[in-house]
Design a protein around this ligand. Structure first.
Ligand code: SF4
Length: 316
């Protein structure tokens, strides 16, 4: 009886996702950007040192391996695969170090995915990168250049990705890796909340379209009301893909996140107002078990983010 109860309380998911934000640096300047972390004294970003990076990745792999009973997460969450999601800032700005991190993580047995603004995805890069990724995530809020300018989603020359560029990137990624999954992340904010992106999504046909409400972490730039977020969802319903909607509170404690300095961090305080991140001690200094114990993480909230939702007509 107790065993049945225990099993029913156990959350199940096919893979656990650890998000490592490699760097704050980015060639874009989105006004709502969340990629800003308080720097600890006397510490530089992990990626700068190959030995540290290798040790760090090994530590993550061992600790979050599904067979590691010493990880307290295994008490209420069951997973089989382990995915490392590389994010930033813009991870591809790191050049050869980024490549080395992708290769090392793959060799250690992680499935690897990437969130990028897409501006460095040349044909040559995609040929190398696509076979190493299980998922390519591209952040796209709009394809209108004036809106990208308002958001700050442009490089120093004012360039952003057009619909044609995005379509080419997606086509090449699938050509070089037919099993790759494409994800589009859209942050709904004051500048794009009236836009209909169905046409773009139906052209790109991502396996996943994630719609996030701009989060008032760091600042209130471009934040929107409940009604504006709801209107965007209604305007963009009936696309031919799986849609995942995240309002601000859905993001609370539902991600496993690590900052560039190798600390777990969490948005446990998130409400509707500006809030700051909470940090663990650096993983390499205090040990991963001790650092993980210092942050909140909700298995239930994590699992609920992987259930497609809420837009009528989304594929099952
Ligand atoms: S593309 Fe991403 S990392 Fe770069 S500024 Fe925009 S939100 Fe921040």
């Amino acid at each position: 009886m107790n065993e049945i109860l225990k099993q029913s309380e156990h959350h199940r998911v096919s893979e656990l996702v650890v998000n490592w934000h490699l760097t704050e640096a980015c060639n874009y300047r989105c006004k709502y950007c969340y990629a800003s972390w308080i720097k600890p004294a006397e510490s530089s970003a992990i990626w700068r040192n190959k030995n540290k990076t290798d040790q760090f990745l090994k530590s993550l792999k061992e600790y979050f391996d599904s067979t590691n009973d010493a990880n307290p997460l295994t008490k209420d969450l069951h997973w089989s695969g382990l995915r490392l999601s590389l994010a930033g800032g813009e991870p591809m700005l790191l050049g050869d170090r980024f490549k080395d991190i992708v290769e090392t993580a793959s060799e250690l047995g992680f499935k690897v995915s990437l969130i990028t603004n897409g501006s460095f995805l040349s044909s040559e890069t995609l040929e190398w990168l696509s076979p190493k990724l299980c998922m390519l995530g591209i952040s796209v809020d709009t394809t209108q250049s004036n809106t990208n300018n308002l958001i700050g989603r442009v490089d120093t020359k004012g360039n952003s990705l057009s619909e044609g560029c995005l379509a080419k990137i997606v086509r090449l990624a699938r050509q070089y890796n037919p099993s790759i999954k494409i994800k589009i992340n859209t942050v709904v904010n004051q500048s794009n909340c009236n836009q209909d992106l169905k046409g773009l999504v139906n052209i790109l046909k991502p396996e996943k379209w994630k719609i996030l409400r701009v989060l008032p972490v760091i600042n209130h730039n471009l934040t929107i009301s409940d009604a504006q977020f709801k209107d965007f969802i209604e305007l963009n319903q009936s696309v031919d893909t799986q849609v995942y909607i995240e309002d601000n509170l859905d993001m609370k404690d539902s991600y496993l996140m690590i900052d560039p300095h190798g600390r777990f961090y969490q948005n446990s305080l998130v409400q509707r107002g500006v809030t700051e991140y909470l940090y663990s001690d650096p993983i390499l200094e205090k040990g991963i078990a001790s650092a993980f114990n210092q942050i909140e993480f909700s298995s239930a909230a994590f699992c609920s983010r992987y259930i497609p939702n809420n837009i009528q007509g989304a594929a099952a």
